[in-house]
Each structure stands twice: as structure tokens, then as C-alpha cells.
Design a protein around this ligand. Sequence first.
Ligand SMILES: Cc1cc2nc3c(=O)[nH]c(=O)nc-3n(C[C@H](O)[C@H](O)[C@H](O)COP(=O)(O)OP(=O)(O)OC[C@H]3O[C@@H](n4cnc5c(N)ncnc54)[C@H](O)[C@@H]3O)c2cc1C
Length: 427
Amino acid sequence: MKQVGILGGGIAGLSLSYFLGADSEILEKDSTCGGLCRSYHKDGFTYDLGGHIMFSKDKEILDLELSMLGDKAGQFYRRNSVWFKRRFVKYPFENGLNVLDKEDIFNCLYNFIENEPGPQNNFRDWIYNTFGKGLADLYLIPYNTKIWNTPPETMGTAWVERIPKPPVEDVIKSALGIETEGYTHQLHFYYPKSGGFEMLPRSFEEKVQDRIVRNFPVKTIRKSAKGWLVSNGEDERAYERIICAMPIFDLAAALEGLPTEVRGAVDSLKYNSLIVVMVGVAQPKLTEQFAVYVPQSDLLFHRLCFYGYFGNNYVPEGTSSVVAEITANEGDAVWSMTDEQVAGHVVDGLAREGFLEKKDVILTDVQRTKYAYVIYDIDYEKNLGIIYEYCKQQGIELCGRFAEFVYYNSDGVIRSAKTVAARVKGT
Ligand SMILES: Cc1cc2nc3c(=O)[nH]c(=O)nc-3n(C[C@H](O)[C@H](O)[C@H](O)COP(=O)(O)OP(=O)(O)OC[C@H]3O[C@@H](n4cnc5c(N)ncnc54)[C@H](O)[C@@H]3O)c2cc1C
């Protein structure tokens, strides 16, 4: 019997086992590990589940990621934009104001400087209080409404420290056309020279290879005299301790005897799903940009990533690709479309906006993922408090984006894995 059972083989589960050592075992439902960090490969095109790049304010974790990748990591410079009124505005939006119409520049600048913050009860209030009405109305409210698929007034603010607040001098400079950067912690970022972002989970996977049980969907979890029994319906594994590194919804579905109050809290958590459409195009370069943010409400996608940015290991010679991200929820109009319909909408939108010509489209490929974005709704902290308290009582550790239900990037997940592993080992 292994001491620790890790449920889920995304970057959380893989890095947990790396930190915990040989007395741990990963149970992964799929035949492939990596979860949201996986990459997809079709006819010479490689892409991720939405734009994934490697950057971190946490130097120790970034250094670890880079040392795991070794010479497979490349360094790149951020060239991102917002697509606004059919022009590229340098990202973040408040750092590219000079290309806007004069009236829009005035509204953004004046309302940013003269802004008098009002009461702050939700995410919408926070946007207006932090950025002023101009930036809020032109970009932040439409973009956030689209990516979250949720009205900002129904969202809380527990996560907003992720969104950097621009210094006033940067906003003035950008309005005057003096170059500023914004968000400098990701100005230079890292990305694998080939193979896609999944090279990061793969690098951990190589170190823990012999501790992974693949094709093991956790279906039931029950307590035993010596710890826990975890089953996929056919095979049962025993552990002294378990760490949940799979979505909290899967834990709740599997745990025997979950109290009604805790089940209710789990069922009340809000999340977004994601549809990703890759379009391969017979044109060597569609744009100089890597990521383009799209607030426009008549286009399905909220972000585009151009993988030719990373060179010919990502697109066949003489071609390029664009990957469109679309927020959706099971059962809604977008999710209910067939893959062909969603891809058709994306290609039509891209052609209409002048990103490509339809005759050049070589192929499309569609991926759907159920758990993509954690939504910080107004009851987020209350519900999570109930869940965390119960797991603590039971001695179940939670680790990862949808296990802890925190809007982590991979660096945050690995940091959490390191912390949880140290706690479990008692160091
Ligand atoms: C669109 C998008 C863009 C992103 N961009 C970036 C970025 O630029 N940089 C960055 O660092 N991060 C980025 N992230 C975040 C990053 O992808 C996640 O933080 C990270 O992948 C989460 O890892 P995880 O292991 O916690 O969860 P997951 O990746 O969700 O892994 C969970 C694992 O559990 C398995 N599982 C599920 N149910 C069961 C079950 N019943 N039994 C057994 N196994 C199960 C799954 O198959 C999966 O392997 C982005 C995420 C998204 C969605």
C-alpha cells in the first residue's frame, strides 16, 4: 500500500508526486496526463487548450519550471493586442490608448484621472472604481462580460489582485503616444521550443512515470480502518492519505457519506467551460501578434492566439494557425452547437474582421473542456469555506485549480503542490 494516493494527473498531481517522492501514486482518469496543460497535434499544427505561456512572480517556481524543461524552453517577448474598432490596441488596453479615436482617448484618460470611487460591492464596481468609466465602458466591461459569460455585477472581488492596476503616469503616457509596457512580469515569457505547453507536465511526468495509474476514473472513495479505499468501479486501491488534485465536483460525487450541506456548497460553485477552435491557414503569417483579446460582442471568441509566433515547430512551413477561445456552459446555445457549427462561426468571424481569407483555411480542430475557469461569484467564499472545513475534518488535502477552486495558473498550482507536499510529509 502506498502512503499517499493523488487523485488526478494534471500539473497538480504530477508535481505533487514529484515533491512527495516514491511513496505516492497518481490515479488519472484519462490515458494521458497533463489536464488543462495538455497540447494538441493535428497535421503538423500544435496548439494548447487556449493560450498558455510560462511566467511567474514566484521566482523559485519559475526557476523550477525552467530547470525541468532545460534546453527545451524558449524565451519570447510579449506582443499582444486588443482588437478594438478594427484596429490593434497594444495590450493591456490602457497602455495603447494613443491609437484610439480622440474622443475615446479623452474619455479613458479624463475618467481615469478624475475617477471618484463609489461603493464596491462586486466586480463591476471594482472595475469602475479602479479604471474609471471610459476604460470600463469601452473595454473592461464588454471583455469581462464575454470571458466570464457572467454579468460582472454578480461576481465578487476575491481574485482581482490578479489584475494589475496601471500607474497614472503610464495611462497619461500611453494617451500621448509615449511607449509604456504594463504588466512587466509577463513582458518576457517562456514557452517550449516545440511540443506545446504540455512539455511542462511531461517534464514532471518523466520523473514520476512509475507512480501513475492511467485510465483510472475515481468513482468511489470510502474510509477504511487504515485510511482510504479508492475505486474506479472495478479496481480498488488503498492509501493512508489522499490528496484531491481533480475537480472538487469529482471528489464530491465519489465521496461516501458527504453531508447535504457540503454537497449543496459544491453544487453552488460556478465555473465556465471552454471551446477551443484551431484554424490552420495556408498563409505564412496572419499577424505579428501572439495573443489578441476581443471584447466585441458579435464575435463568439474572446481571445485569439497565433501559434506561428513560436516558429515552424508549431505550424507547417508556409502556413499559420489561429486558435480561438470561446467561453460556454453546458446546455447553452454555443455549447449546443456541433463542432462544425462552432468552427464555421469562428472562420466567418475571422474572415469578416480581415484576419484571414476563407479560401486559405486548410483545416479546423475543436476541443471542449468542461472545467476551464473558476467563477468568483458573490457566494464563492461562503461555499468554499464549507467545503474546506469539511475536507480538513476528514484529513483530505486539496491541490490544484479545480480541486481548491482557485483561479491558479500553473505556477500557482505548483506552488500549492509544494506546500501541500511539505505539510503531508510533516516538514
Ligand atoms: C484558457 C486557459 C488559459 C490558461 N493560461 C495559462 C497560462 O498562460 N499560464 C499558466 O501557467 N497557466 C494557464 N492556465 C491555467 C492552467 O492550465 C491550470 O492552472 C493548470 O493546468 C491546472 O492544473 P490542475 O492539475 O490543477 O488541474 P487539471 O489540469 O484540471 O487536472 C485535473 C486532472 O484530474 C483528472 N481527473 C478529472 N476527474 C478525474 C477522476 N474522476 N478521476 C481521476 N482523474 C480525474 C483530469 O483528467 C486531469 O488530468 C490556463 C488555463 C486555461 C483554461
